[in-house]
Design a binder for this molecule. Sequence first.
Ligand code: ADP
Length: 297
Amino acid sequence: MGSCSSCNSGNSLEGEGCSMAGGQSDKGMANLSEDEKLKRNMERIAHKILVLSGKGGVGKSTVAVNLAIALALEGMRVGLLDVDFHGPSVPTLLHLEGRRPEVTENGMLPITIEGGMKVMSLGFLLQRPDDAVIWRGPLKIGAIKQLLGDVEWGDLDYLVIDFPPGTGDEPLTVAQTIPEADGAVVVTTPQDVSTIDVSKSVTFCRQLNIPVLGVVENMSGLVCPHCSKVIDLFKQGGGEAMAKRMDVPFLGRIPLDPEIVEASDAGRPFIYHHQNTEAAAAFRRIVESLLKLRKSA
Ligand code: ADP
């Protein structure tokens, strides 16, 4: 794991976080405009990966959290930003419910979980997780800009951004606010109804000049709870076929694994606690592909 300057807590990656106290405040930021603050904060992040999906419920947040942790386990300094208005789930997935970011004169500090990964979620700013669902457009846009501009990430190798689902105003605003993203990982399930939405996400990226890093086919086959082999439950390969048709890379399949649901509900990062599973290996292969892309860029 990457080191955490303030909590220095070694390799453990339990969801229960420790709040990061001070240390990285950039003096002089308080007087900058929102746009300048955003630019300054984003300049300190080497790679920004957007995690998109054409629709909700396909496992976008699960993929974002596990990819971020897999990158951190590779020794990268990683931030995870959750701007999913439709019930931000990162606080639950990392057992950080009820946590509030520390406010500084320049903005907000992300919450640093043990092992050093930094986390910011819209959910930390809401009274109730689904409050933002009823917000009107301008309020959402203001919140997006604040979340992107006011968070002091410090120096990061990767920022993984869990997007709002779909291709509407919310993902559009987030995409337009993040300068120079490396690209998008598009999450789908194998069924046709979901893969059709992938093509919309790919078109969305193309219209905004965001490179598509690749498609992840989640819930692809089922890990048998008895023999741990992957059973072809629904049809597999839909995401891969769609990636081919849309001429974008295919990053891999993640099977349905009941342990993912249990770990997620308990706020225990799956990939950290179940490293010897097919699903964890699938996440690692995806991260290897992303790291290779960085090297070849
Ligand atoms: P989204 O962000 O697309 O709305 P989530 O990541 O919140 O979706 O996942 C929805 C539900 O599906 C959660 O209960 C999560 O634990 C579960 N889930 C996601 N991926 C898998 C998987 N590969 N195997 C089993 N359950 C999964």
